[in-house]
Design a protein around this ligand. Sequence first.
Ligand code: WTA
Length: 660
Amino acid sequence: MTQSPGQGNALDNLLTESRTFPPSDEFAAQANAQPALYEEAKADREAFWAKQAERLHWDTKWDQVLDWSDAPFAKWFVGGKLNVAYNCVDRHVESGHGDQVAIHWEGEPGDSRAITYAELQREVSKAANALTSLGIGAEDRVAIYMPMVPEAIFAMLACARVGAMHSVVFGGFSAEALRTRIEDSSCRLVITTDGQYRRGNPAPLKPAVDEAVAGAPSVEKVIVVKRTDTEVAWTDKDVWWHELVDSQSDQHTPQAFDSEHPLFILYTSGTTGKPKGILHTSGGYLTQASYTHNYVFDLKPDTDVYWCTADIGWVTGHSYIVYGPLSNRVTQVVYEGTPNTPNEGRHWDIVQKYGVSIYYTAPTLIRTFMKWGADIPAKYDLSSLRVLGSVGEPINPEAWIWYRENVGGGKAPIVDTWWQTETGAIMISPLPGVVSTKPGSAQRPLPGIGAKVVNDEGVEVEHGGGGYLVLDEPWPSMLRGIWGDEERYKDTYWSRFGEQGFYFAGDGAKYDADGDIWLLGRVDDVMNVSGHRISTTEVESALVSHPTVAEAAVVGASDETTGQGIVAFVILRGGAGADAGGADAIKALRDHVAKEIGPIAKPRQIMVVPELPKTRSGKIMRRLLRDVAENRTVGDVTTLADSSVMDLISAGLQSGKSED
Ligand code: WTA
């Protein structure tokens, strides 16, 4: 949990990165965002958001922009009515864009499908009629447990269309994880596939659903999409998508729902074992998803080809594959598989094939690409790329620069977007064309958003100081609570700075001398070494800036003399050479960190490992590394993407361990 308060700065601000990259005049001139946007939002925040809400089609206009009288439970666009799916699909057909491709779907084995807005409208209508035929309607919960196939998007939009709430559960989660999520929100229906392609091979998916549903009595029906043609066991709850959905009429009249009508639940892990069902509603969520997607990615719906590499199992897939982009009439790529199938150039092959112009991915993947080598993207024509995005964790400056040089051709602006499942949409990010970007910094709150870095007392820190990130104004796409647990909602997010009324994001952050925000990782990842608070991210960043290091994870391990000692786990780059893991090389790495940050940040111990333990969404599980660093038995590994990683690490320690 959070550490005890220090004097003054809550986090020592050690690493300095001073490069900046102003936008080209050419980009700035054509950008959707212009500097005046900040002024406009500042002048009248609610009027600003009301204007953004006009991006959508409302069946009934709201009569109040924000009702915050029941804080921390917000109501946005009070009295307004809209249909979210209509906004993402039908209105584009009605405005004459039925023939525009909405989704260029690329299957892992190489099959593909182009889906126009007209076709999307028919598919979503059929699926909505199918839901109605099963008696699924307003506020029913539907679990979606699927790989990245088009039907997953049809299913989400069909739920939105009939007012049912979807709860998408990542297809890599276990049967038990699925069961607890189904149970927590009493889902009546599950939508799944027979199997999914993973690293070139079909893997079964439905058996996990069978197991989960056996222990979840709320489920009445299971709709199964045939994807891999794997043989599956069949129960009397099961029905094939192609039999049920394809026999429905492709006409469906959407009904308008209240702006605060619930849209979805998405589970995210917290500090306790029980996942939190984050609740989002309709009008405010769609407004901010649409607004941010337009300005942060500079989307030009007539010419851009957009690709967000996230999975719909995460919030990024919800807001930046489904709701934001489709509400903006995007043409986008959706890719089913892994980035190294059939080879490590797959993403660049897809960029070249479709002429992708906007590419949004995660730092962990960028570092993987670095590990694979710059010669791989160099083999492809990536000249169509004009905006690059990053999300999910702080991006270390080395990875940022690598991304800019090797993917963005040294000129595409990079937007480092900070937000959370809870915030629903992007909150902090440079606006491309307006802000000079800085490698590693998410920089400033978007127009209309209030964010600050404060100390333990909730007082804003000075430029150059570190502390906690808070959001000091309600925002349209904010969570409306945790499903079934009002108290946990208040406790988790609103009690830490309750007096000030700030939302506590749980992230450490600092201001640089210009007042730009740098995210420093979760506050529970902050180490305390000899009374100095040091972010794990800063040490990782320093390690990765060494030419032999591909990836690094740092934990604070308890230490008799210093409180915590810094223990680093590093993966070496492919071409690092045979000696890179030797004692001298490890000493050089420690010295490198001392040089980059200061002797205080010098790792006590560096271990060379072949892999790092990551969750399925790519977050490093520091808890497990802390177990290794503190010589404990390694704890629960069930949320790891690959549970054999911990064995590999233990094995690697035999050869790579170094202490001095
Ligand atoms: C982290 C993902 C630094 C942060 C959209 C946050 C980031 C958590 C960034 C939310 C970023 C996300 N820079 N850190 N650009 N983006 N994070 O709910 O710790 O999966 O609190 O949402 O990821 O993760 P979540």
